[in-house]
Design a protein around this ligand. Structure first.
Ligand code: RIB
Ligand code: CA
Length: 307
Protein backbone atom coordinates (compact mmCIF):
# COMPACT_ATOMS: atom_id res chain seq x y z
CA UNK A 1 0.00 0.00 0.00
CA UNK A 2 1.30 3.48 -0.89
CA UNK A 3 0.86 6.26 1.65
CA UNK A 4 0.04 9.63 0.12
CA UNK A 5 -0.77 13.19 1.05
CA UNK A 6 -2.93 15.01 -1.50
CA UNK A 7 -2.04 18.72 -1.69
CA UNK A 8 -4.97 20.27 -3.44
CA UNK A 9 -7.08 23.29 -4.49
CA UNK A 10 -10.57 21.80 -5.03
CA UNK A 11 -11.58 22.38 -7.85
CA UNK A 12 -13.70 19.87 -9.77
CA UNK A 13 -10.88 17.63 -10.94
CA UNK A 14 -9.24 17.85 -7.52
CA UNK A 15 -12.45 16.57 -5.95
CA UNK A 16 -12.58 13.67 -8.40
CA UNK A 17 -8.91 12.93 -7.73
CA UNK A 18 -9.61 12.79 -3.97
CA UNK A 19 -12.56 10.45 -4.53
CA UNK A 20 -10.39 8.20 -6.71
CA UNK A 21 -7.73 8.07 -4.02
CA UNK A 22 -10.32 7.19 -1.36
CA UNK A 23 -11.79 4.49 -3.63
CA UNK A 24 -8.43 2.80 -4.19
CA UNK A 25 -7.20 0.12 -1.78
CA UNK A 26 -3.69 0.55 -3.16
CA UNK A 27 -3.50 3.93 -1.42
CA UNK A 28 -3.67 5.16 2.16
CA UNK A 29 -4.58 8.85 2.22
CA UNK A 30 -2.72 10.11 5.30
CA UNK A 31 -4.16 13.56 4.85
CA UNK A 32 -5.30 16.35 2.60
CA UNK A 33 -3.55 19.71 2.57
CA UNK A 34 -5.16 22.72 0.95
CA UNK A 35 -3.72 25.60 -1.03
CA UNK A 36 -5.16 28.62 -2.81
CA UNK A 37 -5.44 28.18 -6.54
CA UNK A 38 -8.69 27.36 -8.28
CA UNK A 39 -10.33 29.43 -5.59
CA UNK A 40 -9.35 31.17 -2.36
CA UNK A 41 -7.85 29.06 0.43
CA UNK A 42 -11.04 29.43 2.45
CA UNK A 43 -13.09 27.98 -0.42
CA UNK A 44 -10.64 25.22 -1.41
CA UNK A 45 -10.48 24.14 2.23
CA UNK A 46 -14.27 24.14 2.58
CA UNK A 47 -14.51 22.11 -0.64
CA UNK A 48 -12.05 19.49 0.60
CA UNK A 49 -14.09 19.14 3.81
CA UNK A 50 -17.35 18.88 1.81
CA UNK A 51 -16.03 15.99 -0.27
CA UNK A 52 -14.69 14.09 2.74
CA UNK A 53 -18.00 14.56 4.56
CA UNK A 54 -19.96 13.45 1.49
CA UNK A 55 -18.22 10.07 1.47
CA UNK A 56 -18.08 9.88 5.28
CA UNK A 57 -14.30 10.00 5.43
CA UNK A 58 -13.84 12.75 7.99
CA UNK A 59 -11.19 10.48 9.54
CA UNK A 60 -8.88 11.88 6.86
CA UNK A 61 -7.31 15.03 8.34
CA UNK A 62 -7.38 18.30 6.43
CA UNK A 63 -4.66 20.85 7.14
CA UNK A 64 -4.75 24.36 5.76
CA UNK A 65 -1.80 25.67 3.77
CA UNK A 66 -0.79 28.80 1.95
CA UNK A 67 -3.37 31.53 1.26
CA UNK A 68 -1.43 32.94 -1.67
CA UNK A 69 1.54 32.20 -3.93
CA UNK A 70 5.09 33.13 -2.93
CA UNK A 71 5.34 36.12 -5.25
CA UNK A 72 2.30 36.80 -7.47
CA UNK A 73 -1.09 37.80 -6.06
CA UNK A 74 -3.67 35.05 -5.52
CA UNK A 75 -5.81 34.60 -8.64
CA UNK A 76 -8.76 32.22 -8.72
CA UNK A 77 -9.68 30.19 -11.79
CA UNK A 78 -13.38 30.97 -11.30
CA UNK A 79 -13.89 30.80 -15.06
CA UNK A 80 -13.39 27.05 -14.80
CA UNK A 81 -14.54 26.09 -11.32
CA UNK A 82 -17.07 28.82 -10.48
CA UNK A 83 -17.38 31.15 -7.50
CA UNK A 84 -17.43 28.35 -4.93
CA UNK A 85 -14.63 26.45 -6.65
CA UNK A 86 -16.98 23.47 -6.82
CA UNK A 87 -20.01 24.88 -8.67
CA UNK A 88 -22.65 22.47 -9.95
CA UNK A 89 -23.78 20.13 -7.15
CA UNK A 90 -25.56 21.59 -4.14
CA UNK A 91 -23.19 20.47 -1.39
CA UNK A 92 -23.94 21.68 2.15
CA UNK A 93 -21.44 23.86 3.98
CA UNK A 94 -18.98 21.66 5.84
CA UNK A 95 -19.82 20.73 9.44
CA UNK A 96 -16.25 19.65 10.24
CA UNK A 97 -13.19 21.82 10.61
CA UNK A 98 -9.65 21.48 9.40
CA UNK A 99 -7.22 20.10 11.98
CA UNK A 100 -4.86 22.35 13.92
CA UNK A 101 -1.40 22.90 12.49
CA UNK A 102 -0.20 24.32 9.20
CA UNK A 103 -0.17 22.06 6.16
CA UNK A 104 3.61 22.15 5.77
CA UNK A 105 4.18 21.15 9.40
CA UNK A 106 1.72 18.28 8.96
CA UNK A 107 3.51 17.13 5.81
CA UNK A 108 6.91 17.38 7.50
CA UNK A 109 5.73 15.28 10.44
CA UNK A 110 4.20 12.63 8.16
CA UNK A 111 7.37 12.45 6.04
CA UNK A 112 9.35 11.77 9.22
CA UNK A 113 6.88 9.12 10.39
CA UNK A 114 6.26 7.27 7.13
CA UNK A 115 9.08 6.04 4.91
CA UNK A 116 8.05 5.92 1.26
CA UNK A 117 5.42 8.65 1.60
CA UNK A 118 4.41 10.04 -1.82
CA UNK A 119 3.36 13.69 -2.05
CA UNK A 120 0.68 14.27 -4.70
CA UNK A 121 0.36 18.03 -5.32
CA UNK A 122 -2.46 18.80 -7.73
CA UNK A 123 -2.64 22.56 -7.29
CA UNK A 124 -0.09 25.36 -7.21
CA UNK A 125 3.11 24.15 -5.52
CA UNK A 126 3.22 26.86 -2.86
CA UNK A 127 2.91 24.47 0.10
CA UNK A 128 5.65 22.22 -1.24
CA UNK A 129 7.95 25.16 -1.91
CA UNK A 130 7.37 26.45 1.63
CA UNK A 131 7.95 22.94 3.03
CA UNK A 132 11.36 22.75 1.34
CA UNK A 133 12.25 26.22 2.58
CA UNK A 134 11.21 25.64 6.20
CA UNK A 135 12.66 22.12 6.51
CA UNK A 136 16.12 22.09 4.85
CA UNK A 137 17.22 18.50 4.21
CA UNK A 138 13.70 17.09 4.05
CA UNK A 139 14.30 16.53 0.32
CA UNK A 140 16.26 13.39 1.19
CA UNK A 141 13.34 11.96 3.13
CA UNK A 142 10.57 12.54 0.57
CA UNK A 143 10.34 9.34 -1.46
CA UNK A 144 8.54 10.76 -4.47
CA UNK A 145 6.44 13.66 -5.73
CA UNK A 146 3.80 12.98 -8.41
CA UNK A 147 2.41 16.33 -9.41
CA UNK A 148 -0.21 17.52 -11.84
CA UNK A 149 1.23 20.51 -13.63
CA UNK A 150 3.20 21.91 -16.49
CA UNK A 151 3.29 20.97 -20.14
CA UNK A 152 5.81 20.20 -22.84
CA UNK A 153 3.75 22.06 -25.37
CA UNK A 154 1.01 24.65 -24.98
CA UNK A 155 -0.33 26.09 -21.76
CA UNK A 156 -3.91 26.49 -20.64
CA UNK A 157 -3.98 29.63 -18.50
CA UNK A 158 -1.64 31.40 -20.94
CA UNK A 159 -0.27 30.21 -24.29
CA UNK A 160 2.96 29.32 -22.46
CA UNK A 161 1.93 28.05 -19.06
CA UNK A 162 -0.24 25.48 -17.31
CA UNK A 163 -2.25 26.91 -14.37
CA UNK A 164 -0.64 25.14 -11.39
CA UNK A 165 2.87 26.18 -12.43
CA UNK A 166 1.80 29.63 -13.63
CA UNK A 167 0.07 30.34 -10.31
CA UNK A 168 3.33 29.94 -8.37
CA UNK A 169 6.37 29.56 -10.66
CA UNK A 170 8.88 30.25 -7.87
CA UNK A 171 7.51 27.39 -5.76
CA UNK A 172 7.54 25.13 -8.81
CA UNK A 173 11.15 26.09 -9.52
CA UNK A 174 12.02 25.07 -5.97
CA UNK A 175 10.38 21.67 -6.47
CA UNK A 176 11.96 20.92 -9.84
CA UNK A 177 15.45 21.87 -8.54
CA UNK A 178 15.08 19.94 -5.25
CA UNK A 179 16.62 16.67 -6.43
CA UNK A 180 13.49 14.79 -5.29
CA UNK A 181 12.09 12.02 -7.53
CA UNK A 182 9.51 14.17 -9.33
CA UNK A 183 6.95 12.99 -11.86
CA UNK A 184 5.22 15.67 -13.92
CA UNK A 185 1.74 14.75 -15.15
CA UNK A 186 1.15 17.65 -17.50
CA UNK A 187 -1.32 18.84 -20.08
CA UNK A 188 0.34 16.77 -22.81
CA UNK A 189 -1.19 13.67 -21.22
CA UNK A 190 -4.23 15.05 -19.37
CA UNK A 191 -5.53 16.60 -22.59
CA UNK A 192 -5.30 13.18 -24.25
CA UNK A 193 -7.24 11.39 -21.49
CA UNK A 194 -10.57 13.19 -21.73
CA UNK A 195 -13.50 11.91 -19.69
CA UNK A 196 -16.29 11.55 -22.26
CA UNK A 197 -19.93 12.25 -21.57
CA UNK A 198 -21.03 8.67 -22.25
CA UNK A 199 -18.66 7.41 -19.53
CA UNK A 200 -20.12 9.98 -17.15
CA UNK A 201 -23.62 8.78 -17.98
CA UNK A 202 -22.53 5.35 -16.66
CA UNK A 203 -21.64 7.08 -13.40
CA UNK A 204 -24.82 9.14 -13.23
CA UNK A 205 -26.87 6.07 -12.42
CA UNK A 206 -24.19 4.40 -10.30
CA UNK A 207 -25.18 5.66 -6.87
CA UNK A 208 -24.85 8.91 -4.88
CA UNK A 209 -21.10 9.36 -5.45
CA UNK A 210 -21.50 8.66 -9.15
CA UNK A 211 -24.30 11.18 -9.25
CA UNK A 212 -22.15 13.76 -7.46
CA UNK A 213 -19.31 13.28 -9.92
CA UNK A 214 -21.74 13.57 -12.83
CA UNK A 215 -23.00 16.89 -11.43
CA UNK A 216 -19.43 18.11 -11.00
CA UNK A 217 -18.65 17.03 -14.53
CA UNK A 218 -21.72 18.73 -16.03
CA UNK A 219 -20.59 22.14 -14.76
CA UNK A 220 -16.89 21.57 -15.50
CA UNK A 221 -17.59 20.10 -18.96
CA UNK A 222 -19.80 23.02 -19.99
CA UNK A 223 -16.89 25.37 -19.25
CA UNK A 224 -14.48 23.17 -21.21
CA UNK A 225 -16.77 22.87 -24.21
CA UNK A 226 -16.92 26.67 -24.30
CA UNK A 227 -13.11 26.91 -24.17
CA UNK A 228 -12.05 23.95 -26.29
CA UNK A 229 -15.11 22.53 -28.05
CA UNK A 230 -14.03 19.01 -27.06
CA UNK A 231 -16.37 16.03 -26.61
CA UNK A 232 -14.91 15.34 -23.20
CA UNK A 233 -13.06 17.11 -20.38
CA UNK A 234 -9.65 16.58 -18.83
CA UNK A 235 -9.73 15.27 -15.26
CA UNK A 236 -6.18 16.49 -14.81
CA UNK A 237 -5.66 15.77 -11.11
CA UNK A 238 -7.25 12.31 -11.18
CA UNK A 239 -4.69 11.22 -13.78
CA UNK A 240 -1.88 12.12 -11.37
CA UNK A 241 -3.51 10.03 -8.64
CA UNK A 242 -4.10 7.17 -11.10
CA UNK A 243 -0.39 7.25 -11.95
CA UNK A 244 0.45 6.62 -8.30
CA UNK A 245 -1.96 3.67 -8.24
CA UNK A 246 -0.88 2.15 -11.55
CA UNK A 247 2.08 3.36 -13.53
CA UNK A 248 0.84 1.92 -16.81
CA UNK A 249 -1.65 4.60 -17.82
CA UNK A 250 0.95 7.32 -18.33
CA UNK A 251 4.22 6.80 -20.21
CA UNK A 252 7.04 9.04 -18.95
CA UNK A 253 10.49 10.09 -20.11
CA UNK A 254 13.23 11.23 -17.71
CA UNK A 255 14.07 14.75 -18.86
CA UNK A 256 15.29 18.11 -17.61
CA UNK A 257 12.55 20.59 -16.79
CA UNK A 258 13.16 24.29 -16.18
CA UNK A 259 10.45 26.59 -14.88
CA UNK A 260 10.31 30.12 -16.30
CA UNK A 261 10.22 32.45 -13.27
CA UNK A 262 10.57 35.57 -15.42
CA UNK A 263 7.90 37.97 -16.67
CA UNK A 264 5.00 37.21 -18.98
CA UNK A 265 4.45 35.95 -21.65
CA UNK A 266 6.71 33.02 -20.70
CA UNK A 267 6.13 33.14 -16.94
CA UNK A 268 5.25 29.71 -15.55
CA UNK A 269 6.25 27.81 -18.66
CA UNK A 270 7.90 24.43 -18.09
CA UNK A 271 10.76 24.09 -20.58
CA UNK A 272 11.02 20.31 -21.05
CA UNK A 273 14.26 19.24 -22.73
CA UNK A 274 12.48 16.45 -24.56
CA UNK A 275 15.27 15.89 -27.13
CA UNK A 276 18.13 16.35 -24.62
CA UNK A 277 19.55 19.42 -26.31
CA UNK A 278 20.74 21.24 -23.17
CA UNK A 279 22.97 18.61 -21.64
CA UNK A 280 21.22 19.31 -18.33
CA UNK A 281 20.69 16.34 -16.03
CA UNK A 282 17.11 15.03 -16.08
CA UNK A 283 15.17 16.16 -12.99
CA UNK A 284 11.66 14.86 -13.68
CA UNK A 285 9.76 11.95 -15.18
CA UNK A 286 7.57 13.77 -17.69
CA UNK A 287 4.30 12.36 -19.02
CA UNK A 288 4.60 11.93 -22.79
CA UNK A 289 1.91 9.37 -23.58
CA UNK A 290 -1.30 8.06 -22.04
CA UNK A 291 -3.85 5.28 -22.36
CA UNK A 292 -6.83 7.63 -22.15
CA UNK A 293 -9.64 5.08 -22.52
CA UNK A 294 -7.94 2.74 -20.09
CA UNK A 295 -7.61 5.50 -17.53
CA UNK A 296 -11.19 6.76 -17.83
CA UNK A 297 -12.60 3.21 -17.64
CA UNK A 298 -10.53 2.64 -14.48
CA UNK A 299 -11.62 5.98 -13.04
CA UNK A 300 -15.33 5.35 -13.63
CA UNK A 301 -15.13 1.84 -12.17
CA UNK A 302 -13.34 3.08 -9.05
CA UNK A 303 -15.72 6.00 -8.51
CA UNK A 304 -18.74 3.74 -9.00
CA UNK A 305 -17.38 1.45 -6.29
CA UNK A 306 -17.90 4.22 -3.73
CA UNK A 307 -21.65 3.71 -4.07
O1 RIB B 1 -4.19 23.11 -15.29
C1 RIB B 1 -4.96 22.16 -14.59
C2 RIB B 1 -4.79 22.31 -13.12
O2 RIB B 1 -5.25 23.61 -12.74
C3 RIB B 1 -5.64 21.32 -12.32
O3 RIB B 1 -4.99 21.00 -11.13
C4 RIB B 1 -6.89 22.08 -12.03
O4 RIB B 1 -7.51 21.66 -10.81
C5 RIB B 1 -6.36 23.47 -11.86
O5 RIB B 1 -5.90 23.59 -10.54
CA1 CA C 1 -6.08 21.29 -8.96
Amino acid sequence: MTKIILDTDPGHDDAIALLLALASPELEVLGVTTVSGNQTLEKTTANALKILEFVERTDVPVHVGAPRPLVREQWAAAYVHGESGLDGPDLPDPKTDPRKGHAIDFIAAQVEEHDGLVLVPVGPLTNIGLLLAKYPGIESRIARIVLMGGSIAEGNVTPAAEFNIWADPEAAHRVFTSGIDVTMVGLDVTHKALLLTDKVDELRAAGRVGSLVAQLYDFYHERHVRMYGWEGSPVHDALAVAHVIRGDFVETEHRHVQVDIGPEPGRGRTYVDLWKRTGNEPNAHVGVGVNGPGFTQFLVQRLASLG
